[in-house]
Design a protein around this ligand. Structure first.
Ligand SMILES: Cc1cc2nc3c(=O)[nH]c(=O)nc-3n(C[C@H](O)[C@H](O)[C@H](O)COP(=O)(O)OP(=O)(O)OC[C@H]3O[C@@H](n4cnc5c(N)ncnc54)[C@H](O)[C@@H]3O)c2cc1C
Length: 393
């Protein structure tokens, strides 16, 4: 049956969504997600199954075992975020690394690292942010790599690196030189991406305590005189930050899809509860105040979905969707925060209980209003590029 909805999944994508949904129901039921969240444990078994289903290969080039594009990635991230949200966060970083390696990797980096990420044999983390600030990260960057013979010596400290504890390799951004020109003045040029083995001498990873996303470690990464071969550079020396900027549209879409999924999971749980829970002799979902809050949540999510799907189609066709992707990220992350807040309120004590999933979504989605980029910065970007207002930062 061909749907009349232009935003509906194609039959192939709908089949993929169904297959992934049933894998998540089987491998990652609500109780298991809560248990792993409480134990701060990554779901290795689910990661393996995602490799088998081809989820880890989405967006990679076919010659390295890849298939699909950003439209498939947003489906995967949405479905995972609706259940084991930490795995969606893992996947967002993974897809960004696939893009960087596909677009800029040397033949050796593609044949070894990219190919093994696609199968799930290896895992990667992305270390950009530092303690001096993530929003204005290029200017705040203190991590340095200095040439040494044919190689480099890397020193500095990265903060909030997702998945570093369990990663085989880290993509680390470091200052390599002081260049001239506008890019250098803005701090954008003179930064290089390095592929750093997690086990290299001088790399120390420490897990940090955070509010949410507990089934994926968030880490501090100390790089103390790490010696790297010349081949450790990913892409062009001094142009690493520009390589990263080029991945941001897709990352934004994937983050929006994560917020959409988590918001959807929370909304469905809240609706189910509102149907069952009784007060004054009727289900609380029969009270107009409750019903309207849930409907407003559904409207916010569907609005975000429209932006995500439209932007993903443009991106997949090779067009520019930066404004739509920025709008999608703001709309979806704010919808998710609002819905999980309403959900907590609606479920009363059961919302507050750590034995029910609403509080996990409530904690997890808070990440996405300020990371990977704060919504204020996206509004700044939209004010300038969409509305033609003066640059505000
Ligand atoms: C769980 C978690 C996982 C993460 N994973 C990774 C990872 O894998 N790799 C990585 O590199 N980083 C990661 N990060 C870091 C994340 O990208 C940063 O936290 C984010 O970029 C914000 O940076 P910051 O925390 O330094 O906040 P700051 O840069 O200090 O910004 C704080 C606030 O200031 C305000 N602000 C700043 N500039 C402006 C402006 N121009 N106009 C208006 N308001 C402004 C915004 O409200 C912003 O939220 C992660 C963070 C967390 C918490």
């Amino acid at each position: 049956v061909v749907s009349a909805d232009p935003l509906a999944d194609t039959p192939e994508r709908a089949a993929f969504r169904t297959a992934l949904r049933s894998l998540i129901e089987r491998e990652s039921p609500v109780e298991r997600v809560l248990e792993l969240d409480r134990a701060h444990t990554f779901d290795d078994a689910l990661h393996r199954r995602l490799g088998e289903l081809g989820v880890l290969a989405l967006g990679a080039p076919p010659e390295h075992g890849g298939a699909g594009d950003v439209r498939d990635q947003v489906v995967a991230v949405e479905e995972l975020a609706a259940g084991p949200t930490s795995m969606a966060v893992f996947l967002i970083v993974h897809y960004m690394a696939l893009q960087l390696l596909s677009e800029h990797g040397s033949p050796a980096q593609r044949e070894t690292l990219l190919a093994s990420l696609v199968t799930g044999e290896t895992r990667i983390a992305f270390a950009l942010t530092e303690s001096g600030g993530g929003t204005d990260v290029a200017r705040a960057m203190r991590t340095r790599a200095v040439p040494d013979g044919g190689g480099w010596v890397l020193s500095g400290t990265k903060l909030w690196t997702s998945g570093a504890l369990r990663a085989d390799a880290l993509l680390v951004l470091a200052r390599t030189d002081q260049e001239e020109g506008e890019g250098a003045r803005a701090g954008i040029d003179g930064i290089t991406i390095f592929v750093v083995p997690r086990s290299a001498d001088g790399v120390t990873v420490t897990e940090l305590d955070t509010l949410g996303v507990h089934s994926l470690d968030t880490c501090e990464v100390v790089l103390d005189g790490v010696r790297l071969e010349g081949e450790a550079v990913l892409g062009l020396t001094g142009r690493g930050f520009r390589h990263v900027l080029a991945t941001l549209n897709r990352e934004r879409l994937n983050v929006a899809a994560g917020a959409l999924g988590a918001g959807r999971g929370a909304l469905e749980a809240a609706v189910a509860y509102a149907r069952e829970r009784e007060a004054f002799g009727r289900p609380i979902g029969a009270f107009q105040a409750v019903q309207h809050a849930l409907v407003d949540g559904a409207i916010a999510l569907e609005s975000a979905r429209g932006l995500i799907v439209r932007a993903a189609e443009i991106e997949a066709a090779g067009g520019r969707a930066d404004l739509l992707a920025s709008m999608a990220k703001v709309a979806a992350s704010e919808a998710a925060v609002r819905i999980t807040s309403e959900g907590m309120h609606l479920m009363g004590g059961f919302g507050y209980s750590l034995n029910f999933p609403m509080q996990r979504w409530f904690r997890d989605v808070r990440l996405w209003t300020f990371a990977p980029l704060a919504n204020e910065m996206l509004r700044n970007h939209l004010g300038e590029r969409m509305l033609g207002l003066p640059r505000s930062f």
